[in-house]
Design a protein around this ligand. Structure first.
Ligand code: SF4
Length: 347
């Protein structure tokens, strides 16, 4: 909440306390991006300023207004619930979590959002943002698509909720997920949790949140040769149509598995880079990086060589070691360059 600034992500329903409008915005935003949902929200709000206006509108008109937004059962449920509120509840929007949950098309997340934003009830929202943030910070490996996992996240969310300011807390955690702890490329360097975030400290950001239905990932094994000569190293730009195109890397030998170092030293490619006169300075632990469709296991071998041998046609270049920071590398190489704890002594 110290991090939170409502101005960072202004949205028309953010300061709203009218439960009808909050409900409308939450239903529209289910499975929909904010930019896409915003004009629909304004249209519905202008055409049906009250729940009774929505209840009395012809269904065809509502469906037409919903056109292009997809998941049309949402519009149908919205209409049914509006009728229920207008005619069974005398236009009084239900106030309690359990009663809100009875509205058609409203699940636990939406009920918590309405109860906290409109009525200040101490109900914690639990959605994809919350799963991601909490699993990363606390290092929760329970899959989010299992009963056990869901219960654990619900219990932790309840415990963490600021019971005095539930609306602000919920808005803060949702904004934190959208702005800071994003699914891809979270802003860890400027994150107030970075010192104690499990995922950040252990290079496991891409691992969280864990799902039981795993995406099948191809595993690749990258052996990088860091060839040192007179405080200079050899790098090259990745040019092929593969991951990390246009980023820099050290000479790379891809293998079929995690091969012993001796086998690597016998690889003809290894010889073509190092020649006969080399000394192994150090090597790293395997570093695991999960991309969407590939799992990359990288290992780095630092060598002191007499001459750096390279093919000038393959976008290689020799640079002073202290200029490495001027080049863009993939994350696995960045980790290696920045984290001394990844080094292993030479046996
Ligand atoms: S350090 Fe990174 S992964 Fe951890 S909470 Fe912050 S942004 Fe998210």
């Amino acid at each position: 909440m110290e991090w939170y600034n409502p101005e960072d992500r202004p949205m028309p329903w953010k300061s709203e306390t009218n439960p009808y409008l909050i409900w409308l915005s939450e239903i529209i935003l289910q499975q929909t991006r904010v930019e896409q949902g915003l004009p629909y929200y304004n249209r519905f709000k202008n055409n049906y300023p009250t729940v009774k206006d929505l209840a009395d509108a012809p269904e065809d008109e509502i469906m037409k207004l919903w056109e292009g937004l997809g998941y049309y059962s949402r519009a149908k449920n919205l209409h049914l619930s509006a009728k229920y509120i207008a005619y069974q509840l005398n236009n009084v929007f239900p106030e309690n979590y359990k009663d809100i949950l009875k509205l058609k098309g409203v699940g636990p997340y939406t009920a918590s959002a309405i109860a906290s934003f409109a009525f200040g009830k101490p109900c914690a929202v639990v959605d994809g943002n919350v799963y991601r943030i909490l699993s990363r910070i606390f290092g929760i490996y329970d899959p989010i698509d299992t009963g056990i996992g869901k219960k654990r996240f619900e219990a932790l969310s309840k415990e963490l909720l600021d019971k005095e300011n539930p609306a602000e807390y919920n808005q803060a955690i949702l904004d934190f997920g959208a702005i800071q702890c994003k699914p891809k490329l979270p802003l860890c360097e400027t994150c107030p949790f970075s010192n104690r975030c499990h995922a950040f400290q252990n290079h496991q950001i891409d691992l969280f949140p864990v799902k039981s239905k795993k995406i099948i990932r191809k595993t690749r094994y990258f052996n990088y040769l860091v060839l040192n000569n007179n405080n200079h190293v050899l790098i090259r730009k990745r040019a092929k149509n593969d991951i990390w195109k246009n980023l820099y890397e050290f000479p790379l030998i891809e293998s079929n598995g995690l091969i012993p170092l001796e086998a690597l030293f016998e690889d003809p490619d290894f010889y073509s880079f190092s020649g006969n006169n080399y000394k192994v300075v150090q090597f790293s632990k395997p570093i695991v990086q999960n991309l969407t469709h590939q799992k990359i296991i990288s290992r780095f071998v630092e060598l002191e060589v007499e001459n750096i041998v390279f093919n000038k046609n393959e976008s290689f270049k020799i640079i002073p070691r202290n200029e490495l920071c001027n080049y863009a590398f993939s994350k696995n190489i960045d980790w290696y360059l920045k984290d001394n704890s990844l080094y292993l002594e030479i046996a």
